[in-house]
Design a protein around this ligand. Structure first.
Ligand code: CP
Length: 332
């Protein structure tokens, strides 16, 4: 794996989740795997979990970490080729990414979509420019269309808590929100679940269909109650419309997940990537109840990050023995 920007960069999603769980069981393993290597984390948008889990994972691997809040303390960047830079932008991504590539061995980028121009957002222009001009492996810290580190931690969390041999029924349900949010977490979760050993059902109001490239293999229902019946996991997430791009089409609070709604599930565990708007997306009683997995998901972000960084470090050292799933070297 050269970069980590989606499930398509991974040979076997389930094997990677298992490798991350193995790392969780042996937290002191690989403590020198990243010795003398530097990770730079560039945030064009805010973050709590991604920032902290990546820093902790990298430090546990012996890496040095540089964090840039590019939205606040970096120069305003230009991304257009051929731009006449006589306006607000001060530095072109060609130079900024090129310099970063000289200072670090792995680069993480967080870049949200503008939610105004669907084609531009879905072209992943910003992420691709950093890949093109940095010359080092790039990890998506959530891009315009995907959040693969979150999805890997989500798959880990399901595998860690599902003890049966059968496939769990996993329901991704849309929830209301006060602001238009990206489709990235929902796209990415759907895409990873479609590669995993689960039965995926997606439920949302009409008009909130995700692009089918991310949902192929999932059942899609407009009736939330029908979708929730017999669910083993319920993943709650808001996203703005893909069809009427970036718009809020529904504010019906009947879509909020409540304890009452969980009665028709198979005592489902409840998931959310965080940050969460309490009593808008999910009720207090669900989040504070014993079926909620959001803190375990957040904890697993550390081990997902560690597994991904370890894989990228190994890719740099082809003499290391790589396991069958081409995900991680064997812990020794
Ligand atoms: N879930 C997640 O990525 O959280 P942050 O936006 O706080 O990093």
């Amino acid at each position: 794996m050269k970069h980590f920007t989606s499930v398509n960069d991974v040979q076997d999603a389930e094997a990677l989740a298992q490798a991350a769980l193995e790392i969780k069981r042996q937290p002191s393993a690989y403590s020198e795997a990243g010795k003398n290597k530097t990770l730079a984390l560039v945030f064009l948008n805010p973050s709590l979990r991604t920032r902290m889990s990546m820093q902790k994972a990298a430090m546990n691997l012996g890496m040095q970490v540089i964090v840039i809040n590019a939205d606040k303390d970096g120069w305003a960047l230009e991304f257009e080729d051929g731009a006449v830079m006589n306006g607000a932008s001060v530095e072109h991504v060609k130079e900024a990414a090129g310099v970063m590539g000289k200072y670090c061995d792995i680069l993480g980028i967080r870049s949200f979509p503008g939610l105004r121009d669907r084609e531009e957002d879905y072209s992943e222009k910003i992420l691709k420019k950093f890949i093109e001009h940095s010359g080092v492996p790039v990890v998506s810290l959530e891009s315009a269309t995907r959040h693969p580190l979150q999805s890997l931690a989500d798959l880990m969390t399901i595998r860690e808590t599902w003890k049966k041999k059968t496939k769990p029924k996993v329901v991704l349900t849309w929830a209301p929100h006060v602001k238009p949010l990206p489709q990235a977490v929902a796209n990415s979760f759907a895409e990873w679940m479609c590669r995993a050993e689960v039965e995926l059902v997606i439920t949302h109001p009409e008009g909130y269909e995700l692009h089918e490239a991310y949902t192929r293999g999932a059942e899609i229902l407009y009736n939330q109650q029908e979708a929730l019946r017999g669910a083993d996991y319920v993943y709650v997430k808001n996203w703005s419309s893909y069809k009427e791009y970036g718009k809020i089409l529904c504010s019906d609070d009947a879509w909020m997940l409540t304890q009452e709604k969980l009665k028709i599930t198979n005592r489902a565990k409840v998931m959310h990537c965080l940050p969460v708007r309490r009593n808008v997306e999910l009720s207090d009683e669900v989040l504070d109840g014993h079926h909620a997995l959001h803190l375990l998901q957040a904890e697993n972000r550390i081990y997902a990050a560690k597994a991904v960084l370890k894989m990228l470090l190994d890719h740099d050292q082809p003499d290391r023995q790589v396991d069958k799933a081409n995900t991680l070297t064997t812990i020794s």
